[in-house]
Design a protein around this ligand. Structure first.
Ligand code: URA
Ligand code: SF4
Length: 200
């Protein structure tokens, strides 16, 4: 049971329902579909990307485009299926032409992400790229000087009074056209795999 007698799936479903009709920031005007995120309510690992892209906006699901295919392969490499983890984004609606999220959009949208984190309380949060890493770092009052500095390390972190291990890595989209990021992502997921072995 979660808070006030509601189960985790019930609370997550309520968050998704709210996101699907949200008009709190201007991104609702240009989206086709909001993308709340999805996965196992009791996930050991939660992965947080940046914002929906072209295909995610059409299908209303996170990471279903090319970056998502690569993410699937990274997950299978560490022995996890999509259904076992929870995948979502900092922003729930696609910014026009996939531009960078704006500070006011992040501020307006992240109460949804916060609720998802509080309900799921995963052991590991894997942040994909600069935006989600910067967001979790700021909540944890850690100082952030970019994903290149922060990636591939484990941070024992507390946000919203709950303790978890933060593992930042690069965004899978960055790896699609840059072999350097691709290698680093694969390497980071190997580190994650080794760390996960200790918990099983
Ligand atoms: N990039 C993201 O950050 N999230 C998605 O869901 C897809 C691509
Ligand atoms: Fe609402 Fe977030 Fe979509 Fe903005 S991006 S409309 S805050 S769900």
């Amino acid at each position: 049971m979660g808070v006030f007698g509601f189960s985790k799936p019930e609370i997550l479903h309520a968050v998704s329902s709210e996101v699907k009709v949200c008009t709190k920031c201007p991104l609702w005007k240009t989206r086709k579909n909001a993308v709340p995120g999805e996965g196992n309510p009791n996930a050991q690992i939660m992965l947080i990307g940046e914002a929906p892209g072209y295909w995610e906006d059409i299908k209303a699901k996170p990471f279903v485009g090319a970056a998502g295919k690569f993410l699937d392969s990274l997950l299978s490499e560490i022995g996890f299926s999509r259904e076992e983890v929870f995948i979502c984004n900092v922003l729930k609606c696609r910014p026009p032409r996939n531009r960078e999220p704006r500070a006011n959009e992040i501020q307006t949208c992240t109460p949804y992400l916060e609720k998802q984190i509080q309900v799921i309380q995963p052991e590991f949060i894997v942040t994909l790229g600069n935006h989600s890493t910067a967001y979790v770092f700021s909540k944890a009052t850690l100082s952030f000087s970019g994903i290149t500095q922060a990636h591939g390390k484990f941070y024992e972190t507390v946000i919203f009074d709950f303790k978890f291990t933060l593992f930042p890595t690069f965004h899978p989209a960055a790896a699609l056209h840059n072999p350097k990021y691709r290698k680093q992502l694969i390497n980071d997921f190997q580190l994650l795999k080794n760390e996960l072995k200790k918990t099983r």
